[in-house]
Design a protein around this ligand. Structure first.
Ligand SMILES: [Zn+2]
Ligand SMILES: [Zn+2]
Length: 332
């Protein structure tokens, strides 16, 4: 199976938290948190369609300005998710600039902002052409699960405690469509863009009778029923799950929220600013220790744990932080 989702931390574990997830075969990416983004190129950031902010402490949101500067004037619509008060945070950022000339341009940027509360989603739209005035405010009930639902993937969120509400996120590919390359060769068909369309048809639940034009030779094409292609070429396997947990505290209320969200993730990115013996400090600062990150990952049955957001006071012993979390995770 060739993974579709390619996640990587934006910075090293001592730097600002953030996760960049690229999609294979697509010029598209998701960004979790907007701290310092200097390792990301402009080309990377221009792929971003959705931004998932855990909370707006400065190390998680200072990158908003660079992102805004870059995407402005390109006719894009970007959706940003964040916790309680997020609409006001975005509005405040936008209010820091002068937009008197924007109405001379065609619609140059639309920000759809979604504020995740425990029982509802509050939404607002900010359009450049309207000088980023808050508009279309609306609200819908939310059951505490999925916040973004697309044919091929979903993103879920959980409202966690960090003395302010802080969001944890899980990105899930609904299922994985594998193409059998040997069978492709046996059918004398060449891989190409058409395979992406076939995958899209499958994700969208298209009828098996759908006629699919498959390129053959230099300029020719041959028609196949989607059902035939599925039967001969496609194996469906479980999709990837990637979870992102940062800035939260190990309490009896929070632990089940985290565990339910990240359950059986292939890869969990979890903060661990403090050493195992600093539990008091961690509780006081509303953060996790290495051991607590390991316990959460173990209890949730995740396959792989990657820790980050290390406290600067431990810059001389980052290996210890890795080791403590991994030993707990593996149950040693
Ligand atoms: Zn932080
Ligand atoms: Zn924080």
């Amino acid at each position: 199976m060739k993974p579709i989702l390619h996640p990587s931390l934006v910075n090293d574990p001592l730097g600002d938290p953030g996760l960049f997830v690229q999609f294979l075969y697509e010029k598209r990416a998701f960004l979790f948190d907007m701290g310092d983004q200097s390792p990301l190129t402009n080309a990377d950031l221009l792929k971003v369609t959705h931004v998932f902010v855990s909370h707006t402490h400065i190390d998680h949101f200072i990158g908003f300005d660079r992102f805004l500067r870059l995407v402005f004037g390109r006719g894009k619509t970007i959706t940003l998710y964040g916790p309680e008060n997020f609409i006001a945070n975005v509005e405040g950022k936008l209010a820091g600039f002068t937009w008197n000339l924007v109405d001379r341009y065609d619609e140059s940027l639309t920000l759809e902002v979604v504020e995740v509360h425990r029982d509802r989603l509050r939404k607002a739209t900010f359009r450049a052409i309207e000088k980023f005035k808050r508009n279309d405010e609306r609200e819908e009930p939310w059951d505490g699960g999925v916040i973004l639902d697309e044919p091929a993937l979903s993103v879920s969120a959980a409202v966690l405690e960090h003395r302010v509400p802080c969001l944890g996120y899980a990105l899930k590919e609904k299922f994985h469509v594998n193409i059998n390359k040997d069978e492709l060769t046996a059918m004398h068909l060449a891989p190409g863009e058409w395979l992406n369309r076939v995958k899209q048809n499958i994700y969208e639940g298209a009828s098996d009778d759908l006629a699919v034009q498959v390129p053959v030779g230099v300029n020719g094409s041959q028609e196949f029923a989607l059902g035939t292609l599925k039967e001969k070429l496609v194996t469906i396997t479980p999709g990837q799950k990637i979870a992102y947990i940062t800035d939260t505290v190990y309490t009896p209320e929070n632990v089940p929220r985290v565990v339910n969200l990240v359950r059986e993730a292939d890869l969990l990115f979890c903060e661990s600013p403090f050493t195992a013996e600093e539990e008091d400090r961690a509780r006081d600062r509303c953060h996790l220790t290495t051991r607590q990150a390991g316990l959460l990952a173990k209890e949730a049955g995740v396959k792989q744990l990657k820790t980050f957001h290390y406290s600067k006071r431990h810059s001389h012993q980052t290996e210890r932080l890795v080791q403590e979390a991994q030993e707990t995770f593996r149950g040693e």
